[in-house]
Design a binder for this molecule. Structure first.
Ligand code: ADP
Ligand code: MG
Length: 292
């Protein structure tokens, strides 16, 4: 068990974590949700020991930091090494395994994420989903008890999201996972506990059912409705069209809709905006219907 107690962390005058307290149980899967800038990554980095809190305590069971691995949105693989060597480097350097032992462990983990046949390829030759699975395997060779994942699904296309989610489904039975994600459907499926962060503070926590379906807190409700719909305010005819288009693309991506779909939505919005006067301001709201 890990307990974060009254953690504060500021960058300059900005409080990234503000009296944050949280308990993480053994082999629990915890999903962190919240707006951009709410402190999710900072919390993961504090757990990993990459960032030192200004005050507060991180308490580990038996007083000993468990072995932890961290996975990032953009994989952070070693580009000049093949798949196998991406996995053997740390176990040889850090754990002192022989080359043969390291290769054996590496192959076992590649097997477990379905990449054994790719061991001689280089990261750039792999698909996004394969690269993220490789990043996970690279953490697993260090035998972590806790895996920290910072938006592991955000840079992935829908098929890759499925592949990586399969791996997470398996890992969740074996170790503690603490994951930050915008994919609420996946958080709902995987999480034993969902934690909603707001301005560096735990605003609400509970089962996926409690937090995502019937939240008690007003800020949680606002966040969920913001995630469900896209809101955009146009002030005048000279508004930032590329920005609106980017927001539409982002919104469609969140539901795994392809580029055809978002271009179609962009066009539909553009057409609609052609027939209303923009000078007095317009609110645009997009909602995704259940099965469309
Ligand atoms: P999230 O992952 O939820 O988007 P972060 O933990 O990355 O949020 O950031 C929380 C806040 O702290 C943000 O306002 C961000 O700009 C700020 N922040 C994060 N890292 C740094 C840093 N290294 N230097 C300065 N400000 C930072
Ligand atoms: Mg982040």
């Amino acid at each position: 068990m890990i307990e974060l107690a009254h953690i504060f962390k500021a960058y300059g005058t900005h409080r990234a974590l503000n009296d944050l307290s949280l308990k993480i149980g053994e082999k629990e899967t915890v999903c962190l949700i919240g707006k951009m800038g709410s402190g999710k990554s900072t919390l993961l980095k504090c757990l990993a020991g990459l960032v030192q809190p200004d005050s507060g305590e991180i308490i580990f069971k038996n007083g000993k930091r468990p072995r932890m691995g961290m996975i990032f949105q953009h994989f952070n693989l070693f580009p000049h090494m093949d798949v196998l060597h991406n996995l053997t480097l740390a176990p040889m350097k850090v754990l002192g395994l022989s080359a043969k032992e390291a290769e054996q462990t590496a192959m076992e983990q590649l097997e477990s994420v379905g990449l054994a046949s790719k061991c001689r390829m280089f990261p750039h030759e792999l698909s996004e989903g394969q690269q993220q699975r490789l990043a996970i395997a690279r953490s697993l060779v260090m035998k972590p008890e806790v895996l920290l994942l910072d938006e592991p699904l955000s840079a992935l296309d829908p098929m890759a999201v499925g592949e990586v989610t399969d791996v997470l489904r398996k890992l969740k039975k074996e170790m503690t996972l603490v994951m930050n994600t915008h994919k609420l459907d996946i958080a709902a499926e995987l999480a034993d506990k969902v934690v909603f962060l707001d301005r560096g503070h735990v605003c609400e926590e509970g089962s996926a059912e409690q937090v995502l379906v019937s939240p008690c807190n007003e800020a949680t409700r606002r966040f969920l409705s913001y995630m469900k719909d896209l809101y955009y305010t146009i002030e005048s005819a000279h508004f930032d069209r590329p920005e609106l288009n980017a927001r539409i693309e982002q919104y469609c991506n969140r539901f795994g809709l392809g580029s055809q779909a978002y271009r179609f939505v962009q066009l539909a919005v553009e057409e609609s905006l052609n027939i209303v006067p923009l000078d007095n301001g317009v609110h645009v709201k997009l909602s995704k219907a259940e099965h469309e």
